[in-house]
Write a protein that binds this ligand. Structure first.
Ligand SMILES: [Mg+2]
Length: 259
């Protein structure tokens, strides 16, 4: 008999934020696939009470996951929820890629592969504070990521956590087809990092792994295995939903009914 696994209390926030996300992107388009895959990761960082994000740092290196972070920041009261309605319109701080114009955001990103270096600098600058970085699997094809990985090992940045949203896809197809990462965990281990692979939609696993990572003397990589488009059947494992213009009304209603 399989053990009964209780749904994590924060899972209801994931449900709510997926609905907010869909409403935002339906109107003005955007990167919905990775936003849907990374929502539990961001919830684990912002709502588990493991971190004090007034002091600790969260760096979204995969800046196109902006819509997900906007819903999280709104839920965490960095700005009123009504601001989500302005997403991707002129003069709104909430653009398609994240920027420091957004309350609660300390790093502008969108050019992939750079955020981990920034997080390394923060981690080295004050070892009492945690630096949590969220990268995508696709951006591990950028050379700068590996410079940061070596740097973190050299300076034994035990206060650095890199969470990889490993959904297996990038804008033009599967990561494995475009430029394979092969065994990413082994690569990080060989670079001196502590690595844990988790189900990136399981908040129990994400939170307990983040808790363990806080005690580490070595940089931590959490490989979160996720599903692109998670929660909406026709978007799941479909790289065509990496980014959308607008969602036709019939598909919007279908998606809405599934969340
Ligand atoms: Mg990906």
């Amino acid at each position: 008999m399989l053990p009964f696994i209780k749904t994590h209390p924060l899972q209801k926030i994931a449900q709510e934020l997926r609905e907010d996300l869909l409403d935002m992107v339906h109107k003005n388009g955007g990167h919905i696939g990775g936003s849907l895959s990374s929502i539990e990761i961001m919830i684990a960082v912002y709502f588990s009470n493991l971190f004090n994000l007034k002091k600790d740092h969260f760096i979204l290196s995969a800046g196109h996951l902006a819509p997900a972070l906007y819903t999280v920041l709104s839920k965490a009261k960095y700005f009123p929820k009504s601001l989500l309605d302005s997403y991707s319109t002129f003069n709104s701080p909430l653009q398609g890629h994240i920027s420091t114009e957004v309350p609660g955001v300390e790093y502008s990103s969108g050019s992939l592969g750079q955020g981990l270096s920034f997080a390394c600098g923060l981690a080295l600058g004050d070892k009492k504070k945690k630096a949590i970085c969220l990268t995508s699997d696709g951006e591990h094809q950028e050379g700068q990521i590996w410079e940061a990985v070596m740097f973190a090992n050299k300076y034994k940045l035990g206060n650095l956590i890199n969470i990889v949203d490993f959904n297996g896809y990038q804008i033009d197809g599967s990561v494995q087809d475009i430029m394979p990462l092969d065994n990413l965990a082994t690569k990080y281990i060989q670079f001196g990092w502590t690595v844990t692979t988790v189900d990136g939609h399981n908040l129990h696993q994400l939170i307990s792994t983040l808790k363990n990572a806080q005690k580490s003397n070595y940089p931590n990589c959490i490989i979160a295995k996720t599903i692109i488009g998670k929660g909406i059947s026709f978007m799941e494992n479909n790289f065509h939903y990496h980014d959308i213009k607008i969602l036709p009304e019939n598909l919007y209603l279908k998606a809405k009914s599934e969340l």
